[in-house]
Design a protein around this ligand. Structure first.
Ligand code: CS2
Length: 490
């Protein structure tokens, strides 16, 4: 007999970490699977180790897909760890209140201003930072940003809500930290920059600007845990393991990692006692994660989609994908940064192999391929520029962009595998408009590379654009394996 899940079930189920007290100390934006399997678990475990009023007040962006079931279960949910030993489940009870930001954005602003809260954390994905891809600055011309900047309007973007919340908070002057938990290089610095750009464009007082610069910290950090989408099968396994009916379990791999800069102006949970690492080498950790894991992940995903592989493990099981990815790590990524002290590249790569190979995860290639126009910006241009400025060609990085274009903006006459249609690509219409009327694949690629989708510095690298076009030509004419073979021979 399965019972509905709720706080009462905690007696019966295995609980991960402590239950949060009723008072909340953290506001969180973005209630997707990643936050619920990562930061939320570290927070529950930190409270088990050291206590504290660190309950989470969580807001989903615009849908109640997670909030409705969370509320129906007293905001308790399970983590379903899918390991080679089989499945294991545990319950998390750290959210004290959940809501939907789009339904009540003023509640988010008020929660950030509330002096009882000491941190706002974010998992809003790359798209949530409303930046201009060509300049990296806040996209002041984007309609949603412009609307948020209109005097008297209630902000709806994450940046707008945080900025307005801080503006109100300046009245109490209570110190605060804004913690980005997204896959961005220098995530804290980037978040500070867009929030300050918003405040300046909104014409706030000097007092507010000086409060934000002196009493609000924006720690940098590196986050890591692979979490696929939830399916009905996951709820069924949780019911078997725990005897409770969870309407919103979170499937996750066993691996988890969090490296943070210890810069929390209003204090923080004892995340170190929950396994997080505090380090002064954040940039090095970010490089490892964003390039070796995320950059390679994109390549696996797009090569996989073009060869009909629905999941990462299936794509990774193909020799031509493994070869391209492993050589990409060695030739194109590893030379571009200095890793953290004591980093063992071989061990890291064999761990990646085990993580990508895990067949129980079922991580969809189209999920990793989603939002490529934003994700690739974190994964490719800086590494590519490192080589191009030395006169070298990063062939695997060019292959990744060619494969992305083949999936989301295919040249006339080429139809990718049907899987490609499932990729959510916010720039699809703008890409289609940019290539409209292109007569050759070279022209098609040039219009994209010069169309404001990538930083100007990369667009200026003509040889790279030519290489992307050559590889896309091969994909179109002879298939994705031929393009990968050409890279292998380069
Ligand atoms: C993935 C990441 O979807 C993606 O783009 O590369 O979500 C990846 O699974 C996580 O960053 C792992 O920590």
């Amino acid at each position: 007999m399965t019972q509905p899940l709720g706080r009462k079930s905690l007696l019966a189920g295995s609980r991960l970490g402590a239950s949060a007290p009723d008072r909340t100390g953290i506001v969180h934006l973005g209630l997707g699977n990643f936050h619920r399997a990562h930061g939320a678990v570290y927070t529950a475990q930190a409270m088990a180790a050291a206590g504290g009023d660190w309950g989470i007040r969580g807001f989903a962006h615009s849908s109640d897909r997670v909030v409705a079931p969370m509320r129906a279960q007293d905001n308790v949910y399970s983590i379903l760890q899918l390991t080679e030993r089989g499945a294991e489940a545990g319950l998390v009870d750290v959210h004290r209140d959940t809501g939907v930001a789009a339904q009540d954005p003023a509640a988010v602003v008020d929660a950030i201003a509330d002096p009882a809260h000491r941190i706002v954390s974010l998992t809003v994905s790359e798209v949530g930072y409303t930046r201009d891809p060509a300049t990296g600055r806040l996209a002041l011309d984007a309609p949603e940003v412009a609307a948020d900047l209109t005097a008297g309007s209630t902000p709806r973007t994450a940046v707008g809500m945080i900025a307005r919340g801080l503006e109100q908070r300046a009245a109490s002057g209570e110190p605060f930290a804004v913690l980005s938990c997204d896959n961005l290089q220098s995530a804290g610095d980037v978040t500070r920059a867009v929030v300050e750009e918003f405040l300046q464009a909104a014409g706030v007082s000097d007092d507010v600007l000086s409060f934000v610069s002196s009493s609000v910290s924006f720690p940098n950090g590196m986050v890591d845990r692979i979490v696929p989408r939830t399916t009905d099968e996951h709820s069924r396994i949780v019911a078997d393991l725990l005897g409770v009916q969870d309407l919103c379990p979170v499937p996750a791999e066993e691996f988890t990692m969090w490296v943070l800069e210890d810069d929390f102006a209003g204090g923080r949970p004892a995340w170190d006692l929950a396994g997080a690492t505090f380090s002064n080498e954040i940039e090095a950790y970010e490089m490892v994660k964003l390039r070796l894991l995320n950059g390679s992940h994109s390549l696996i995903a797009y090569l996989g989609i073009l060869s009909g592989a629905p999941t990462i493990d299936v794509a990774w099981g193909q020799d031509f994908v493994r070869e391209a990815v492993l050589n990409g790590i060695t030739d194109d990524y590893l030379p571009t940064f200095t890793p953290p002290t004591g980093f063992d590249a071989d061990a890291y790569v064999s761990e990646l192999d085990a993580r990508w190979r895990n067949p129980l995860i079922g991580h969809a290639t189209t999920q990793v391929g989603t939002d490529g126009s934003l994700k690739l910006l974190q994964r490719i241009p800086n590494a590519a520029l490192f080589h191009l400025r030395r006169g070298d060609m990063p062939h695997h990085l060019a292959l990744c962009i060619a494969a992305w274009i083949a999936c989301v903006a295919p040249p006339a006459g080429f139809t990718p595998e049907p899987l490609a249609e499932r990729i959510v690509e916010p720039a699809r219409d703008r890409l289609a408009a940019a290539v409209d009327g292109a007569v050759t694949v070279a022209d098609h690629v040039r219009r994209i590379m010069n169309g404001g989708f990538f930083p100007d510095a990369l667009a200026e690298q003509d040889a790279f654009t030519v290489r992307v076009a050559d590889l896309l030509t091969l994909v179109v004419r002879d298939g994705v394996r031929a393009a990968a073979a050409d890279v292998a021979a380069s």
